[in-house]
Ligand binder design. Structure first.
Ligand code: ZN
Length: 683
C-alpha cells in the first residue's frame, strides 16, 4: 500500500491573507494550463560550508535522475524530448508563426510533464502545430544532433540516429491520438497495463504481472519487501522476468552518476548515522536489492538529528497502474527550525490522536511509533517532484517499516509560501464562496488551517491505523492510492475541529477549522473540476479522494441539510449549514475507510471510489469551467529550481556555494538536458 505524497492542489487553489511584502519575483512562465513559479530558499546562506557542500552534492545527485523519469513515463519520451529540443534551439524561421508558437507550447508541456502525457490528467498532449511543420523541421536537423536511444534495437550506448524510421515513429507518437493515449489508465475492468503508456512493463498483460507477483509473494511474510518497486517487468522467451534499475542494469548510466554524487555527499555527512544511510542507499543502487532498500529506509526513518535531509530513489507508485513500481524522484531539504515547533507538538501527541480517533479499536495502533514530523525548506526538486511538486511528504512507504520503525513526515513550507503568495488576489474565493462570511473566514484562517491540514495528513493520517493480520498490503489494488489519501485527509479533517488543537496552543479561536472545511468541500464538489476537461471523469488519486469525501458527506448529510448547493443568479454555491455535523460525517467516513483498509475489503473500496469519487455532474462541471474562465488562474503550477554556484579558492577547493534565482524556465530545462542527461547524451 502506498502511503505517500500529498498533492499541492489544495494549497494551489487557496487565497491567503499573508501580508508578506517582498520584491521576490515568483512568476516565471505561463503556458497552456500551467503557471511556472520559483521558490526561495531562506536560510541557505546561514548553513555552514560543510552543510552547503552536502546540499550541493545531493542536488547534483538529484538532477542526474531526470532522464530516468522521462523514460519511466513512456518509452518514446526521451527521443521526443531530444528531437523537439533540437528543433526548438536550431529553428531559424519566424518565431511568431502559429505553428512555432504551438510547437513552443508543446515543448514546454513535455518538459513540465516529463513526457508526452499530462502530468495530472494523464492524457496525451494534442499538438497544436502541423505534421508538415514537424517533418520539415526534423529533416533540417543534422544527424549528429540526434544521439538517440529510443527503440528496442538500441544498445545502452545509443546506436539509433536520425532516420526515416525514427521520423515515422515520432510522427505517430506525437500526432496519432489513438496511439498511447493515456499515461496511466485506471478504468475499471480494462487491462491496466496494456492500456497504459507508462514504460514500467514491456510485452506483458496485467494478469501475467499479477500472477507473477502472487507467485513470489509470501502472504505470511511479516516483513515483505516492496515488490516491483525498482524493476521493469518484461517477457523474454515466453517467461516473465524482472529487470532491476541498478548499476549495470536498467538506467545504469544515470544511476552511476547518482552514486558518484552520493559518494561525495557521504564524505560531508552531518553525522555517522547519516553517512551510513547514504552508503546503504549507494549499496541499494549498486545491488538493486530491495532488502537493502528496506534497510536503508529503516536507517533513514530513524535518523532525525541532522539538519539536512533528502529523498532520492524509486519512491511513489502513483504512475504505475498496478501501484508497485516507484517513479524516480528526489528532494533535498533542510529543517526550518522555527516552523518545526508546530509539527513537533502534533507528533509528540500522536498517541492521543490515535487513541481518540473514531475508528474501530481493532484497527488502531496500540503504540504509534516515532512519528517524526518537521517543517522543511526545499533546496532542490527533481524527478517526479519537478516541476510539479508536493507540499508534504511522508516516507517510507513500506507498511511494516512504518508500523515498526515509524516514518518521517515533512511539510515543505517554502513551497507552500510561494503558492500562497501568488494565489493572493486571484479572485477565486470571491467568485465561488457563498457569502462574505466564507470569504472572510478563509482570508483570516486558511493559511494556518491549510498548513495544519497538511501536518495532520502527513504526520498522523498516513501513519495511523493498522492492517489486520494476514491482510495483503496491496489488497485494494488500483483503488489503494485513492483510499489511502482519503484516509489521511479524513484523519486531518476530523481533528482540525478538535478542541485539542486549541489546548495545544496551535489554534486560537476555534473558528480556524471552518475555513478549511469550507474550502475543502467547495473544492471537492466544485472548484477542482476546473482541472478536468469537459466530458471526462476524475482520474487522479488525490482529486478522486477529495470528490469522494465531499460527495459522500453531501449525500449523507442531505436530510439534515449539512451541506447545500444553493442557486443564485444562475450560479451554484456551496453552503455549509452545520459544521459540527460535518465533522461527525468526516468521522463516520474515516471509520468506514479505515475498516476497508484494515480488512482489505477490495469490493467495498471499489464501490466507494466508483460511487463517489469518479463521476462528474456535467452541469456543475460546465458551470465551473465557465466561471473559471473569467479568472486568469492556471489550473496547474510548478517550479523552477534555484541555481547553485560553486566558488573555489586559489587551490581549487570549494570555499563557498552561492544561490541565485534568475534562471528562466526554458533556460533551466535546456541546461538540464545538456548537463544532466546521462541516458541521452553521447559519452
Ligand atoms: Zn497523502
Amino acid at each position: 500500500m502506498k502511503n505517500l505524497v500529498i498533492a499541492a492542489a489544495i494549497a494551489a487553489l487557496s487565497t491567503s491573507a499573508m501580508a508578506q511584502t517582498s520584491n521576490f519575483n515568483y512568476n516565471v512562465d505561463r503556458f497552456a494550463d500551467i503557471q511556472v513559479l520559483r521558490y526561495q530558499v531562506p536560510g541557505f546562506n546561514d548553513l555552514s560550508l560543510n552543510q552547503k557542500k552536502l546540499v550541493y552534492y545531493l542536488t547534483e545527485a538529484a538532477l542526474n535522475g531526470r532522464d530516468i523519469l522521462f523514460d519511466q513515463n513512456g518509452k518514446y519520451n526521451l527521443a521526443v524530448r531530444q528531437v523537439i529540443e533540437q528543433i526548438y534551439t536550431n529553428y531559424k524561421g519566424d518565431r511568431n508563426t502559429t505553428d512555432f508558437k504551438a510547437f513552443e507550447q508543446y515543448v514546454k508541456q513535455v518538459w513540465f510533464s516529463n513526457g508526452i502525457h499530462h502530468h495530472y490528467g494523464m492524457d496525451k498532449f494534442v499538438p497544436g502545430f502541423s505534421k508538415e511543420f514537424f517533418i520539415a523541421e526534423y529533416d533540417k536537423l543534422s544527424i549528429d544532433k540526434l544521439p538517440l536511444t529510443f527503440c528496442d534495437k538500441c544498445t545502452d550506448e545509443g546506436k539509433c540516429s536520425k532516420t526515416l524510421e525514427l521520423r515515422n515513429v515520432l510522427e505517430k507518437v506525437i500526432f496519432d491520438p489513438t496511439f498511447l493515449p493515456k499515461k496511466v489508465n485506471q478504468a475499471d475492468g480494462e487491462d491496466l497495463i496494456l492500456t497504459s503508456a507508462t514504460n514500467l512493463y514491456d510485452n506483458v498483460t496485467q494478469k501475467e504481472v499479477e500472477d507473477f507477483y502472487n507467485n513470489i509473494k509470501d502472504p505470511n511474510d511479516p516483513q515483505p519487501v516492496m515488490f516491483g518497486l525498482n524493476t521493469k517487468v518484461c517477457k523474454e522467451d515466453g517467461k516473465i522476468v524482472e529487470k532491476p534499475y541498478k548499476v549495470g542494469g536498467v538506467y545504469s548510466r544515470a544511476i552511476v552518476n547518482i552514486v558518484y554524487w552520493l559518494q561525495k555527499a557521504a564524505t560531508v555527512a552531518e553525522n555517522g548515522v547519516q553517512r551510513d544511510y547514504i552508503n546503504k542507499l549507494i549499496e541499494f543502487y549498486e545491488s538493486g536489492s530491495l532488502k537493502s532498500f528496506d534497510e536503508y529506509s529503516i536507517m533513514w526513518a530513524q535518523e532525525t538529528k541532522s539538519l539536512i535531509d533528502f529523498v532520492n530513489g524509486f519512491i511513489e507508485s502513483y504512475d504505475d497502474p498496478l501501484g508497485m513500481t516507484g517513479s524516480w524522484e528526489s528532494i533535498v531539504n533542510f529543517r526550518d527550525i522555527n516552523a518545526s515547533k508546530r509539527t513537533q507538538i502534533i507528533s509528540s501527541n500522536a498517541q492521543w490522536f490515535e487513541d481518540h480517533s473514531p475508528v474501530d479499536t481493532r484497527f488502531k495502533k496500540d503504540s504509534v511509533q516515532g512519528v517524526s514530523a518537521k517543517v522543511i525548506t526545499a533546496a532542490i526538486l527533481a524527478g517526479d517532484c519537478y516541476p510539479s511538486t508536493p507540499i508534504g511528504i511522508n516516507l517510507p512507504n513500506s507498511n511494516w517499516i512504518r508500523a515498526t520503525y515509524g516514518s518521517k513526515s515533512v511539510s515543505i513550507e517554502n513551497i507552500t509560501d510561494a503558492y500562497d503568495e501568488v494565489a493572493n488576489g486571484s479572485g477565486l474565493n470571491e467568485e465561488f464562496a457563498y457569502s462574505q462570511y466564507e470569504i472572510d473566514l478563509m482570508k483570516k484562517h486558511l493559511t494556518l488551517a491549510d498548513k495544519l491540514h497538511t501536518d495532520l495528513h502527513e504526520c498522523l493520517g498516513h501513519g495511523s491505523g493498522k492492517l489486520l493480520p494476514g491482510v495483503d498490503q496491496d489488497a485494494l489494488k488500483a483503488h489503494g492510492s485513492t483510499l489511502e489519501e482519503t484516509r489521511a485527509d479524513l484523519f486531518a479533517l476530523y481533528y482540525l475541529a478538535d478542541p485539542k488543537l486549541i489546548e495545544l496552543g496551535i489554534f486560537k479561536t476555534g473558528e480556524e477549522y471552518k475555513a478549511e472545511y469550507y474550502k475543502y468541500i467547495m473544492n471537492g464538489l466544485m472548484t477542482q473540476l476546473f482541472r478536468i476537461e469537459p466530458g471526462k471523469d476524475i482520474e487522479e488519486s488525490h482529486m478522486r479522494n477529495r470528490k469522494l469525501i465531499s460527495e459522500w458527506c453531501y449525500k449523507m448529510g442531505k436530510k439534515d441539510h449539512v451541506i447545500e448547493l444553493v442557486k443564485r443568479s444562475g450560479k451554484t454555491y456551496v453552503k455549509i449549514n452545520d459544521y459540527t455535523k460535518l465533522r461527525h460525517l468526516f468521522g463516520e467516513l474515516l471509520k468506514e475507510i479505515q475498516r476497508i483498509k484494515s480488512e482489505g475489503d477490495y469490493e467495498a473500496g471499489r464501490k466507494m471510489v466508483e460511487t463517489y469519487g469518479v463521476k462528474v455532474d456535467p452541469k456543475i462541471h460546465k458551470e465551473v469551467l465557465k466561471r473559471y474562465g473569467t479568472l486568469d488562474i492556471a489550473p496547474y503550477k510548478g517550479f523552477v529550481n534555484p541555481v547553485y554556484n560553486v566558488v573555489k579558492d586559489v587551490n581549487g577547493n570549494i570555499s563557498d556555494i552561492t544561490i541565485s534565482y534568475n534562471e528562466n524556465y526554458v533556460d533551466q530545462m535546456l541546461r538540464y538536458s545538456r548537463d544532466y542527461s546521462p541516458l541521452t547524451n553521447k559519452k
